[in-house]
Design a protein around this ligand. Structure first.
Ligand code: C2G
Length: 137
């Protein structure tokens, strides 16, 4: 069984996230997602709309996802790879070449999938605000 491991905040789920999860799962048999805790999001400088429990619950409902684990620190990844027996870490191409992931090549494969252009949680949030403004709500 080829185990794939990926990480992210996965706030305000959108097709870019689903595209990533589908293609990551296609690269193996079992997909584990390390989802950033609210505390780790703060370290990443991100504030998510949904809290950790909600984001975890939503990810677990996606058919490509087999297991969800908490991502609490930047440096837990080698331990996760060993603990869960991950054969490959997969991330979107916005992370391509990032030392945080290139350093994992000593433990397992690392693969970057093309990012889905034209959509992000941040973009959705700002466009929703614009819609509210136009509607005068
Ligand atoms: N993604 C994508 N296309 C988009 C948006 C996101 O392929 N339009 C991918 C990202 O490349 C990432 C995953 O979806 O692999 C989750 O994205 P985020 O929730 O934004 O996660 P991020 O903030 O990049 O956190 O330790 C790693 C971090 O936790 C990654």
């Amino acid at each position: 069984m080829r185990k794939i491991l990926t990480y992210g905040t996965y706030d305000v789920l959108h097709r870019g996230h689903i595209n990533l999860l589908r293609r990551a799962k296609e690269r193996g048999d079992y997909l584990i997602v390390g989802i950033s805790t609210d505390e780790f999001n703060a370290i990443k400088g991100k504030k998510s709309y949904y809290d950790y429990e909600t984001r975890k619950e939503m990810l677990e409902a996606i058919k490509y996802v087999d297991e969800v684990i908490p991502e609490c620190t930047w440096d837990q990844k080698p331990g996760d790879i060993a603990k869960y027996g991950a054969d490959e870490v997969v991330m979107g191409s916005d992370w391509e070449g990032n030392e945080k992931f290139e350093a994992l090549r000593q433990y397992c494969d690392v693969y970057y999938l093309p990012r889905t252009e034209g959509i992000s949680s941040t973009q959705i949030k700002s466009e929703l605000h614009l819609m509210d403004d136009k509607a005068g709500v």
